[in-house]
Design a protein around this ligand. Structure first.
Ligand SMILES: Nc1nc2c(ncn2[C@@H]2O[C@H](COP(=O)(O)OP(=O)(O)OP(=O)(O)O)[C@@H](O)[C@H]2O)c(=O)[nH]1
Ligand SMILES: [Mg+2]
Length: 332
């Protein structure tokens, strides 16, 4: 199951209380104050990990608590510090508070951020001894650990995002250019969660393509699967907009292109500022008038146009080269 949204509660450990005690020992008269300090509460951290690719673990656990500091004790014994807690999140997770303010962007592997700070341990009475107060009867309670609510949002990190109507051939394309094997079928909404594919380019280079579930008109208002998955293409550097120009595709190919672009704009106008290639798909079974209509439309609107068949492989290499060039990747 792919989960890309979660709300969690984190609590850092409380500091241990300081202790009030006096040294009492045979042959040691007036042993003096000996209450030790409480230990510090443990911190809670977020850590980005490449081992995870969904927020699914947070469906099962929403509460996270670091260890409490132990109380100080007699004989000047310091309480043990509480254990820190590290919460692993997938790379690409953004951490917000409830009001929507961004706190952390866990965009690179191994990043660690302090989510909640543990409370300081209280001082025991031994810490208050001075020349004028040799038997202090004072000690401090430990401070409570910080407590916070966070909203986690996963935005997968890919270089290229595939968008288009359901059935446009997005999953088929990713399956021929990468080793990803998403489900492919001739009905709409086959893909229900994003898929990532690594496209090898040349001997040593590669780029990452994300296939997201199909969009339809009204997605911004919740039609179809809605537009929630568009967040996963927000950080891509290039969009491939796939339009099915075969007999089974939309009757008005250019209209389909415009409708989806309108959904992008309604979701986030910045998406339209990204470089976008229009890709006519299924040209092996094409309706020539549809290709022509789309090509004309693109020429008129100065859109970059490609045509491919994932079945015969026609146009695939040109498209890969164009993607790599756009991303600034060279084959060697
Ligand atoms: N003839 C032909 N059929 C294709 C081509 N590419 C994909 N198809 C077919 O089109 C149908 C839909 O393909 P998918 O790749 O599942 O489409 P999608 O865009 O991922 O669809 P959703 O996941 O529902 O959004 C499948 O039956 C594919 O076999 C192509 O180049 N030529
Ligand atoms: Mg699909």
């Amino acid at each position: 199951m792919f989960i890309d949204h979660a709300r969690i509660f984190v609590k850092a450990g409380d500091g241990g209380n300081g202790c009030m005690a006096f040294r009492r020992e045979k042959f040691v008269p007036r042993g003096g104050p000996s209450g030790g300090d409480g230990g510090n509460g443990g911190n809670v951290y977020f850590r980005s990990s490449t081992q995870l690719n969904t927020l699914l673990p947070f469906k099962y656990q929403q509460h996270f608590q670091a260890g409490h500091g132990q109380h100080g004790s007699g004989n000047r014994r310091h309480g043990r510090n509480g254990e820190d807690l590290e919460i692993d999140v997938p790379v690409g997770t953004q951490v917000y508070d409830d009001s929507g303010q961004l706190f952390f962007d866990m965009d690179v592997p191994g990043k660690t951020e302090l989510a909640a700070e543990g409370g300081k341990g209280g001082r025991g009475n031994a810490a208050f001894a001075s020349s004028t107060n040799q038997a202090p009867r004072r000690c401090e309670p430990g401070a409570p650990g910080e407590e916070r609510v966070f909203v986690l949002e996963l935005k997968i990190l890919a270089d290229v995002g595939l968008i288009g109507y359901p059935n446009a051939g997005k999953s088929t394309l990713i399956s021929v250019i990468s080793s990803a094997r998403p489900k492919i079928a001739d009905y709409p909404f086959t893909t229900l969660t994003p898929n990532l594919g690594v496209v090898p380019y040349g001997e040593y280079r590669s780029f990452v393509v994300a296939d997201i579930p199909g969009l339809i008109e009204g997605a911004h208002a919740g039609s179809g699967l809605g537009d929630q998955f568009l967040r996963h293409v927000e950080r891509t550097r290039l969009l491939l907009h796939l339009v099915d120009v075969s007999d089974v595709g939309p009757a008005d190919a250019a209209g389909a292109l415009q409708a989806i672009n309108r959904e992008l704009e309604l979701y986030n106008p910045d998406l339209l500022k990204k470089p976008q290639f229009v890709v006519a798909t299924k040209i092996d079974a094409a309706d020539d008038s549809k290709i022509e209509q789309l090509r004309l439309y693109c020429r008129r609107h100065q859109l970059i146009f490609y045509e491919i068949s994932a079945i015969t492989g026609k146009g695939i290499q040109e498209l890969k080269d164009a993607m790599a060039a756009q991303l600034g990747i060279t084959a060697d």
